[in-house]
Design a protein around this ligand. Sequence first.
Ligand SMILES: Cc1ncc(COP(=O)(O)O)c(C=O)c1O
Length: 449
Amino acid sequence: MSVVPFASRSDAGLPALADTLIAENFGEQNGVLTIGGIAATDLAAAYGSPLYVYDGDVIVRRYRALTAALNGFASVYYSIKANPHPAVARLLVDEGAGLEIASGAELLLAEAAGARAADILFAGPGKGELELTLAIAHGIGEIHLESFEEIEMVAALAAAQGRVAKVAIRINPSAAAQGGAMRMGGKPAAFGFDEEMIDDVLAAIAAKPSLHLSGVHLFAGTQILDADVLVFQWAYGLRLAAEVGRKTVRPVERIDLGGGLGIPYHDGDKTLDLTAVAAGARRLDEERRADPWLAGAHILIEPGRYLTGPAGVYLSRVLAVKASRGQRFVVGDGGMHHHLAASGNLGQVIKRDYPIVAATRLSDAERAPATLVGPLCTPLDTLGRQTKLPDMAAGDLVAILQSGAYGLSASPVGFLSHPMPAEVLVRNGRAALIRKAGDFSAPLVNLLS
Ligand SMILES: Cc1ncc(COP(=O)(O)O)c(C=O)c1O
């Protein structure tokens, strides 16, 4: 199949970010969006719609670019909450990534992706007894402790299994370390222990022979687009880790500096500058090596969105185009039940459109604002508010870009009982079905049992 390189359409009105993203990650063939070289129309014909498509080559490229920028300063543990499909996570495991999980089910998904338990870390503010029992029995690499109750529970469960569990303390840093769109540290938070509590936490852990304190975990925020903010957080994490080393009079073994590396979603968003990240990592690496408490430590980061977000496209087929009081509505079969984040309802303060394009009409130059909605009977099911789309008709495909992270797994798939969409992974120009679409009766299965 010959793929015509995507010619920039921004002069013709395609939103600048969508234009750049298609040029970087996808392509065009006779006006149709291609993903991994395959036309969106062929993918939708083969697998139905709505549909998630991930380009595995993009994921691998991003992992390699990131690890190259880190240049040995830190290893990468993929946070599988961003996209927990084992076929997606396996691409990264095969590249050498560890995995970060946040539930017992994610542990099973991580193992299904081929990760060794020793290369898996478990974080989350409220871990349950069953999932902790499983994690300890499997010999998980590290459990991030986030409450005094959890210290007690992990210690008791490990002792009952005759094991010593490797643990880290998750520290909620002070306000100085803030940055990113969604903040998880520096203010009152359910995540981890406040920095001011470290002494009490260390004492509680030291009193438990079935716990081995191997490290420190800091995760302060997500969607960070500014390399300086990111490097500042990493520097702060290293300082905190050194303090833990001094207090325990033991060099720190492992430091998890968190994820949070952002990707652009809106026109005007900047792209995280990997060259600046690389320079910061180099500087921190020198400082770390010179600090006796940190010199032998294994540093890691746990990004999710950055690795898989740009590789994914959510395709929705147009069912109707209608006008209401002067406004154009494009009604598609894809909606917030599969893509809550694109509807602006996943914690966003301001609802702004994801990059959205008419996948079957990329070369149409005339575009006008439209409201892109899904099939659900609620005004919340709006995926695009001021979306510049050409003339559209039933049967056209709309593509929501930057959808490879916090897409299906972050969505209320039971809401209105529509079927699950299929998921397809493209690698080296070949598409593989990695999740079958559900049929509309699926929610009724087992209802009476
Ligand atoms: C503990 C932890 N690690 C990693 C991540 C991944 O964040 P991101 O996808 O922004 O890199 C999250 C996201 O919420 C998290 O809570």
